[in-house]
Design a protein around this ligand. Structure first.
Ligand SMILES: [Zn+2]
Length: 229
């Protein structure tokens, strides 16, 4: 993916030109404009749009934003940031995922650079992802290491099995089985409840996990093992 930007577009993303008025911006402390010190900002004297800078630098966090765009950015962060706050992905992985979702090169995948339409797309794709992602699997590198030389393959199989399990529409299940919690087994001597899910790699096997907690809608799971046939 490659994007050719005009000189003006580059200056806009650096906060040097106002994207609304196309005039050069002013670099000043917000206290001069708002009477409150949020640090340095790039500010448009014409329409009063502004953007802050990365801490300790004079680098703009993106393009100048008016009130509407600032709301859109907050909304985009509210959903997107959950992807790494919930531990579903690391922060860098989440941005890589977002660049793929939006079809943008990674260097232009920053919410501070986006217009309201792109922010709305961020909300949309993040929400969809969060709805399907109901689990966070702990210590994936350890699982991988335990199954070398087939570590990658086995980890993928485990995650696919979980994805299928959690994506199932349970609304048609018999009463008493419609909630994930209905599947929990509390075995004597075990520290956490366990669940067993079908193994996508072998119809006659299941894979067991400890359910070590739940945060938001996401179950935190630890791999226990494959059941015997
Ligand atoms: Zn302006």
């Amino acid at each position: 993916m490659d994007i050719q930007l005009t000189e003006e577009q580059r200056e806009i993303l650096k906060g040097r030109i106002c994207p609304y008025c196309h005039v050069p911006t002013e670099y000043k402390n917000s206290v001069e404009v708002y009477g409150v010190d949020y640090g340095m900002i790039y500010y448009c004297p014409k329409c009063r749009a502004y953007v802050g800078v990365h801490k300790g630098t004079d680098r703009a966090k993106g393009r100048l934003a008016n009130a509407e765009l600032r709301r859109c950015k907050i909304e985009a962060h509210r959903y997107f940031d959950e992807l790494y706050k919930r531990g579903i992905m690391k922060r860098t992985e989440a941005y890589k995922w977002l660049s793929e979702q939006l079809g943008l090169p990674p260097e232009y995948t920053h919410i501070g650079m986006f217009n309201p339409e792109t922010c709305a797309k961020v909300v949309d794709v993040s929400k969809k992802y969060l709805e399907t992602m109901r689990f966070a699997l702990r210590r994936q590198d350890k699982i991988k290491a335990a199954f070398e030389p087939n570590g990658d393959e086995t980890l993928t199989r485990i995650k696919e099995s979980l994805t299928r399990y959690f994506a199932a529409d349970r609304s048609e299940f018999p009463e008493g089985l419609r909630d994930i919690e209905d599947d929990f087994n509390q075995l004597p001597g075990e520290p956490y409840p366990t669940i067993a899910v079908n193994d996508v790699g072998n119809d006659s096997r299941m894979i067991e996990f400890y359910v070590i907690g739940k945060q938001y809608d996401v179950y935190r799971l630890a791999f226990k093992g494959f059941t015997k046939c």
